[in-house]
Design a protein around this ligand. Structure first.
Ligand SMILES: [Zn+2]
Length: 446
């Protein structure tokens, strides 16, 4: 028996603990985990001395763009950024040009990803106009449906509760989650229109429009519909203390719901947004510091299920619009999420176990990614080797993403992904991409 690869002398996170071991990989799967002396013969061997091996990280909230938005990012640049950041699977959001909300659009994106992607890619769909089409879109293997509540992106009328109910019931029947950007359109636009009319063009005005209440109102509304339809609502980028409280209460009462937060909502505040300006603008925005504290508590208590980057690249010109209301919201995050969060291990804010739970186990479970989420025999050999002791600074000019800016630029960090393996293939080595486009796999659920 000859396997393809042995990764030797590693420390690896297996069965909830860090153990000294070697891993044998055959045909893209983990074939054996054990002592180096127990490893089978291999075509090649890579020594991972002084590195920690984690199960491949899954970033469940990524905008890979491409097609009509390829000037912002494409499958190759976006998945190169993922590999550089130690991420082995990304889930692609549907607000593309054209919007991912038809079988044709999904198949086209899958074909493009098959040719270009360096890491695994799964796909969200927006809701089509006709409810009848939901089932067939589900049949294409999307990982979830996405609902954007700020304005209508897909075909579903977001102002109509009964339309939402009907759509959610159908999705629930397919056993897929609905991922929601929870900001209430009516509440938000009322303030935004008032500010625009009064020529308010400040970050303060943007923060006032994207208030805590905007998020909480949407969360409450969606949870009500979730209760009636039994659909699993997954809340994207929860950013406020009160929205989190509402979600915790719903979880405790038995509602099937999960939620996500991001490194920028944990680590940055409204003060940072005001200091940096439009290039740091996100939706929802960074907020007052007591929200950071509440979100950290949510992470530490296990109430927050998923940590994602919400990698949302734009051109720099789009980030420097004249009006704050026309500034594109979103920042690149694939290359910073893991280093930033490893740095927090050093600060005692989070454990390696929690990182694996938030960035691998839970996303795999929520989005039905079989064979992923933990290191065990038979699972996909998606893994990342990190150097916990590497100290350096974020350098956005070095990003492989097309978006070469970051609110974390120049920040001192400690902990670096140094090798990324996808299905047993080394894709990133010390920041360099060493695999060919197309080596990532398209994930089809079910
Ligand atoms: Zn997003």
């Amino acid at each position: 028996m000859i396997v393809d690869l042995v990764l030797s002398n590693a420390k690896a996170y297996i069965d909830n603990e860090i153990v000294d071991c070697s891993l044998a990989i055959k045909e893209g799967k983990i074939f054996k985990i054990g002592k180096k002396t127990a490893m089978p013969k291999a075509e090649s061997e890579i020594g991972l001395e002084n590195l920690l091996v984690l199960p491949g990280l899954i970033d469940a909230h990524v905008h890979l763009r491409d097609e009509g938005k390829s000037y912002k990012e494409d499958f190759l640049s976006g998945t190169a950024a993922a590999a550089a950041g130690g991420i082995t699977t990304v889930l692609d959001m549907p607000n593309n040009k054209p919007v991912t909300m038809s079988i044709e659009a999904i198949r086209k994106r899958m074909r493009l990803a098959e040719r270009k992607a360096l890491v695994n890619v799964g796909f969200y769909s927006e809701f089509p106009e006709s409810i009848d089409k939901i089932e067939r879109i589900g049949g294409e293997g999307v990982v979830a449906f996405k609902l954007y509540m700020v304005e209508q992106v897909g075909g579903l009328n977001i102002d109509d509760d009964s339309a939402l109910s009907e759509a959610f019931t159908t999705v629930s029947g397919l056993n897929l989650p609905v991922a929601v950007h929870a900001e209430d359109k009516a509440t938000l636009k009322r303030t935004e229109d008032k500010c625009r009319r009064a020529n308010c063009n400040s970050i303060e005005a943007f923060l006032e429009a994207h208030s805590e209440k905007v998020e909480t109102t949407a969360v409450k509304r969606l949870l009500n519909i979730a209760k009636q339809t039994n659909v699993h609502i997954h809340f994207c980028h929860i950013s406020t203390e009160s929205a989190l409280k509402v979600i915790i209460k719903a979880k405790r009462s038995g509602v099937m719901t999960t939620c996500e937060t991001t490194p920028h909502h944990l680590l940055l505040s409204a003060d940072d947004l005001k200091r940096i300006g439009g290039s740091a603008l996100t939706m929802p925005p960074m907020r007052e510091k007591h929200h950071n504290i509440a979100l950290w508590r949510g992470v530490q208590k296990g109430w927050i299920d998923v940590l994602s980057s919400d990698h949302a690249p734009h051109s720099l010109a789009e980030k420097e619009a004249h009006l704050i209301w026309d500034t594109k919201a979103g920042i690149p995050g694939l290359e910073t999420i893991l280093p930033l969060i490893l740095t927090q291990v050093k600060h005692g804010k989070i454990s390696i176990a929690a990182i694996v739970r938030l960035m691998s186990e839970k996303p795999a479970e929520i989005f039905g990614l079989n064979g992923k989420g933990c290191l065990k025999k038979g699972n996909d050999a998606d893994l990342v080797a990190v150097d916990l002791h590497r100290k350096y600074r974020v350098d956005a000019s070095d990003f492989l993403s097309k978006a070469k800016y970051s609110p974390f630029d120049r920040l001192k960090i400690e902990g670096k992904p140094v090798k990324t393996f996808v299905a047993g293939q080394l894709v990133m080595d010390e920041g360099e991409i060493v695999a060919k486009p197309g080596s990532g796999e398209v994930i089809r659920r079910g």
